[in-house]
Design a protein. Sequence first.
Length: 351
Amino acid sequence: MSKYWSKLAAGVDPYVPGEQPKDKKYIKLNTNENPYPPSPRVLEAIKTVANESLKLYPDPNGDELKRTLAEYFGLKKDRIFLGNGSDEVLAFSFMTFFDSGFPILFPDITYSFYPVYANLFKINYELIPLNDDFAIPVDQFFKPNGGIIIPNPNAPTGEYLTLEAIEEILLHNNEHVVIIDEAYIDFGGESARKLIDKYPNLLVVHTLSKSRSLAGLRVGFAMGHEDLIEGLNRVKNSFNSYTLDRLALAGAVEAIKDEAYFQVTSKKISQTRERVTQDLQIMGFKVLPSKANFIFISHPSVKAEELFLKLKEESILVRYFKKPRIDNFLRVSIGSDDEMDNFLKAICKII
Ligand code: PMP
């Protein structure tokens, strides 16, 4: 690290995303991307912008996308905040957390970006241990805190909290922000956005990366009471007055509008997940119940690290986390039926 920079950069321990190999053709089941391409309408919209208006700055507020999302989700436009992927939305949210003196709470096994943001922004946090079966212990979130963040479904387990469970957490927490990170909600869960009217401290974060096949475009958003959104906008506008680029704004609008395409592809992924779960269970795997576009699996006799390496030799990439409690599990993203058949064949060969 250059001596010319402050201690900030030297002191942070950055997030390491899943591998994106460039040299070799893998079946990629390691970063929870959607196996299906985005709606053709997205590509058309992006082409038009690329041909006609890239020399112009984008709309700083992304009003058309906000209007589209507002209409789709039945919310007012000023209840929506846009960001470059939900990672950026989450980063702004962490930056904006109220400093109450109490720690913010999140599960001990969860999206590994949360502790990174908390450390970067010097936010005190407490990890809430998951139950033995990896379920989120709802009542552990009733203690005094400076805010809460929970992914629903959780990552990398896929475990899901019902709307009633989320509401119970909200009923015990009206002092600080409760963030529900719904990156994977479209694969079988029920969104907490319905509760926004009732709970002005609820922020629901969503992304177009997973269920809309747009991980490469980087579009995320948050939904919440206008006062929460105003705070996020103040912080964001102090960094970057433009929200998203023109390609992302145009593509995202069409991704939301093509409801038929979204329904078909997301349902297909849930169906494939259920089929693969059954096949793996027949082979002796433990598969945690998942409402996401991935499954978390463990074999009684073959170690997860060994499976990970052998699958890689078979040109199949999955995610292995060398972390306490989950180091004998693999997270496997749900690909197309063909990809998953190849995965199952490779597993048969290995075990
Ligand atoms: N939240 C969770 C729980 C995730 O797993 C991810 C994807 N890694 C994100 C948020 C961020 O997704 P994106 O920035 O692509 O919207």
